[in-house]
Design a protein around this ligand. Sequence first.
Ligand code: NAD
Length: 250
Amino acid sequence: MSDTTSQTRVAVITGAGRGIGEGCARAFLEQGFAVVIAEKESSLGLKLESELGLKARFIKTDVTNASSVEHLISQTIAKFGRIDVVINNAGRNKRTPLLEISQNDWEDGILLNLSSVFLMCRAAMPELIKTKGSIVNVSSLVGLQGQAEAVVYSAAKGGVIALSKTLALDFAPLGVRVNCICPGDIWTPQYSEWLTEQADGAAMLGSINARLPVGRLGTTLETAQAILFLATNGFANGVILTLDGGKSIG
Ligand SMILES: NC(=O)c1ccc[n+]([C@@H]2O[C@H](COP(=O)([O-])OP(=O)(O)OC[C@H]3O[C@@H](n4cnc5c(N)ncnc54)[C@H](O)[C@@H]3O)[C@@H](O)[C@H]2O)c1
């Protein structure tokens, strides 16, 4: 049964157990939203749920699985009674050169980084129409510009941008806004893991910072603030927001 007043806005955030998704959970909670931590790793989801308190709920979710996504939406309605914002954030960049990519690798990468966004949008849209809510899809600068050896990821994130524009056109007349953020380099566990895998991660981080016009990586809080803006500004629709410290113009 719903145990939050129907006036409380509800944000569903995929991949919210850590990184940018966790930043979003904190930022939306601070703005008075109830938040659903839609995360496949139970240890991460449960830890954040217990830290954030009663207005946060972990629902174990695998965004690559249609039944799991349907369960997420039905459980959110059972718990909170409404959905106002969906943030499609779960994703992973696994760089592999073309000639080393099997068809399974391709399909797995597209499933996680693109099809999951379709599954979430399709499942949540009827609820968002009721609340005149909004969706923010997390793409990447890589989806706009490409990246060496990011064959699957760049194709998927480019698809997220095109999907976001199309849904923005289709659903604005029904009151649902759809926007997309393209972060550049953001310091998250995934980014840190990638650096650790490099031959000299510390030197590489130094040279990445030096090449960024602002001189440093972005934070999860800065990214979450931009997502919050897109989710809540009533005139923002079909926006593809680059948040990269000036990397793409430098
Ligand atoms: N960090 C960056 O520099 C950067 C830049 C551009 C775009 N992005 C995008 O931002 C998003 C978040 O990235 P991050 O760096 O915070 O990643 P992260 O790996 O640190 O966090 C991602 C979270 O998603 C969860 N997750 C993964 N697969 C899932 C699934 N199938 N179902 C549910 N949850 C799942 C993970 O368990 C993890 O908690 C991704 O879509 C990524 O592509 C990140």
